[in-house]
Each structure stands twice: as structure tokens, then as C-alpha cells.
Design a protein around this ligand. Structure first.
Ligand SMILES: *Cc1c(COP(=O)(O)O)cnc(C)c1O
Length: 392
């Protein structure tokens, strides 16, 4: 079984991180490395990207509407709401699976203060059009580059274009850890206001707990163990094709948590391999881009010209998601279900037909660095033989 993802750390990275996190300097080292990589003035580490977003909004201090795509990770509107702002959704363009200027414009009202430019699945969005929309209406532009570490658009790194941005080191992202995220900005004013929030944040997770969790994750994702785990999991619960997710309400007073030095050390060791990591993902994506569109039953979204995605997965669209999923599973290929919901549904807002349609049609092919060219070609070959059911 080819798993849907594989954490990018090796076992020896975990022992190195354990050693490096024994002293206090691990967080400072990662901050310095990220400032250098992004050429940005201020970097703040948190326990997750959603916390970085929360801190950013708190620091900005202009509660109002935050405009974002309806097809995105649910933790984003959750963090927005927790920070005392109001999530406002724009429907996506079915061609790109991301927002366009027209859909943003349609949702604009004068009480809006922030707009998010979301690089969904590590694929750069048309950030320039979001920037001009934001500038025209006096909004703070935050890049949600959580899954897009290393992605480029017109030669610029995703996360360096907006007024501020967030990145994530969660297990399924470009660089995996057990948790961790960062806030990047060139604004001294925002930075001054984030600093006290960060020092008031809760203490980080225990490094031994993170170490053991990471080992367990790596073990479960060994192909043989994974096949068994998958089978057991499916006996216990059926995977649904489409969900209306109930948002989690967190307590704003205890929402922020600092980043563990173990996580910082684990990310820092892996940043040394970032180019290789991205190169592997892009190589696999090229194989898919050449092989997948051969089957008219499978659609590949368009992307912005002159962009280099970071590909945390390779999204495809099919008419009958459950049918295609079972077909691929029967051939030993697992795929990601991210995202099987529209966030607008979760926040009780009717409409957003394109976001709902995407949630019902999108599956993610694996792109992690340990996936071989040969495995990617096998995935293409199996997908090429797929026939959609007559009733769909
Ligand atoms: C993963 C992800 C997030 C959340 O990152 P965390 O570190 O898990 O909080 C936010 N936005 C997008 C687009 C993501 O893919």
C-alpha cells in the first residue's frame, strides 16, 4: 500500500532534534534560519500556524470581517473567530480551486479589515490580485502559506508578498514535525504587538512526548503496517465523502502555545534538505501532470503561470470520489481526502456551490519526498485505467 503521506523526518533527525533541544537555543536558531530564508525582519514561532494567525489578528487589533476562500482548512476560520473577528467566505473558482478577484469583490462590505491569500495544498494562489483587492479596500493582507514553505510565484517565495504570513510544520506539510508554525512579517508595528502575546502563551509540549509521537507516526506509515492499520480503521468507521464539520470553539485566553525547542530543532535539521524535498515533490508532480490528464474522467486544476508549487499533495477532481477512492485502494494506492467540507457550511452560511462541489470531488495524490518516480508512474498507470461508473 502506498500511504497518502509520509513524514519528511528520518529517525536520525529525531535523535538529533532531541540532542539539540536540550539547550535553550533551538527556537532562536530556527527564527534566524527562517529570517534568512525568507529575507524577512520578524519571525515568531508558535505551536501551530492557526495560533500564528490568531496572534497576528490580535496584534492587528481591528476586529471585523476576515475574507477567505470557503474551500480551505477549517482551523483557519476557527482561529479567526477565536481572535474576535468574523470569518467571511468567498466561493472558489472551479478552475483553480482558489478565490478570484471577482468572487472576493462580491463579498466585500465596509466592516472588513483583513483578507487572506491562501496557497492551498502548497499551490500558489494569484496573490497579486488578492494584494490589489486588499490595497483597494484598505485591508491587511495575510498570506496563508501554511502548506507552502518553499513555493514560489514569479520568482518570489510564497509568504513574502503580503503584509504578514503564516507557515506550518504540522505532520502533513512540506516539512513535517508533530506541531509548530510561524508568523512572518516586515512590519515593526505588528511585531511589537505580537511579542507580548507570544511570551504570555502557554508552555510548549514536552519534547519526549513529541519524540515518541513522531516515532509512532513514522512506524505506522511503513507500508505493511499502514495497510493493516487502514483495514482496521475502515472496519471501525466508514470514510464519508462529504462532511459538514462543526467548528471547534476554543478559549481565546488559553489558545496560544509556544513552540517546543524539539520542534524547532527538528524543523531546522530538515531545512537543510528543503531544496531536495521540494525537488522531489516537483518531480512527482511533473509525472502526474504528464500522466493524469490522459484520462478524461480525472481533472487536474489549473495553476497560476510562472509558479512553483510546494505540493503537499497533488489535487485531482473526479465525479464520484468514493468510487475512485475504492478503485485506487484496491490497487494499493491511498489518497488524501483533504478537504471534504466547505467551511461556509460549517459556519451556517448557505450557498458557495463551487466550494461544495470541490469538497465532493477533490482527492489528493501523494507527493512526499520518499515517494519514488516508479511509484508515481504506477499511480498514473492505475489512474489511466479508471472508468467512472455509468450512473455518475
Ligand atoms: C494546515 C493548514 C493550516 C493550519 O496549520 P496548523 O499548523 O495545523 O495550524 C492552515 N491553512 C492551510 C491552508 C493549511 O493547509
Amino acid at each position: 500500500m502506498i500511504p497518502r503521506y509520509d513524514p519528511t523526518f528520518h529517525f536520525r533527525d529525531l535523535t538529533t532534534a532531541l540532542r539539540l533541544s536540550a539547550d535553550e537555543g533551538a527556537n532562536d536558531a530556527l527564527c534566524a534560519r527562517l529570517r534568512q530564508l525568507y529575507g524577512v525582519k520578524h519571525v515568531f514561532l508558535f505551536n501551530s500556524a492557526r495560533m500564528a494567525l490568531f496572534a497576528l489578528l490580535k496584534a492587528y487589533g481591528r476586529p471585523g470581517g476576515v475574507l477567505m476562500p470557503a474551500y480551505t482548512c477549517i482551523v483557519v476560520p476557527e482561529a479567526v473567530q477565536c481572535a474576535g473577528y468574523r470569518p467571511v467566505f468567498a466561493d472558489i473558482d472551479p478552475c483553480t480551486l482558489n478565490v478570484n478577484a471577482e468572487n472576493l469583490e462580491k463579498q466585500w462590505t465596509p466592516d472588513m479589515t483583513v483578507v487572506l491569500a491562501t496557497h492551498l495544498m502548497g499551490i500558489p494562489c494569484d496573490v497579486d490580485s488578492v494584494m490589489s483587492f486588499g490595497r483597494a479596500h484598505g485591508l491587511l493582507v495575510i498570506e496563508d502559506a501554511a502548506p507552502a514553505v518553499g513555493a514560489e510565484i514569479h520568482g518570489r517565495l510564497a509568504g513574502t508578498i503580503g503584509d504578514a504570513s503564516i507557515i506550518s510544520f504540522q505532520a502533513t506539510k512540506v516539512i513535517s514535525s508533530e506541531d509548530g508554525g510561524a508568523l512572518l512579517t516586515n512590519s515593526d508595528e505588528l511585531a511589537e504587538r505580537v511579542r507580548p502575546l507570544l511570551s504570555a502563551g502557554g508552555s510548549p509540549s514536552n519534547r519526549w512526548v513529541l519524540f515518541l509521537k513522531a516515532i509512532a507516526r513514522k512506524l505506522v506509515l511503513r507500508p505493511t503496517v499502514y495497510a493493516l492499520a487502514q483495514r482496521a480503521y475502515r472496519l471501525l468507521r466508514r470514510e464519508s465523502m462529504y462532511d459538514v464539520v462543526t467548528p471547534e470553539v476554543s478559549d481565546p485566553a488559553t489558545f496560544l502555545k509556544q513552540c517546543s525547542p524539539f520542534t524547532s530543532a527538528l524543523v531546522t535539521v530538515q531545512l537543510a534538505r528543503l531544496e531536495k524535498n521540494l525537488e522531489r515533490r516537483r518531480c512527482v508532480a511533473e509525472i502526474y501532470e504528464a500522466g493524469i490528464p490522459g484520462n478524461p474522467a480525472i481533472r487536474v486544476p489549473e495553476r497560476v503561470k510562472d509558479s512553483k508549487p510546494a505540493w503537499i499533495q497533488f489535487p485531482i477532481l473526479v465525479k464520484d470520489k468514493g468510487h475512485f477512492y475504492r478503485y485506487m485502494q484496491e490497487h494499493g494506492i491511498d489518497m488524501s481526502w483533504t478537504y471534504k467540507y466547505s467551511c461556509a457550511d460549517s459556519f451556517g452560511q448557505a450557498g458557495y456551490p463551487e466550494s461544495q462541489a470541490a469538497a465532493k470531488a477533490v482527492l489528493g495524490l501523494p507527493t512526499y519526498p520518499s515517494l519514488t518516480d516508479e511509484q508515481a508512474r504506477r499511480i498514473c498507470a492505475v489512474a489511466a485505467r479508471y472508468v467512472e461508473p455509468a450512473s455518475a
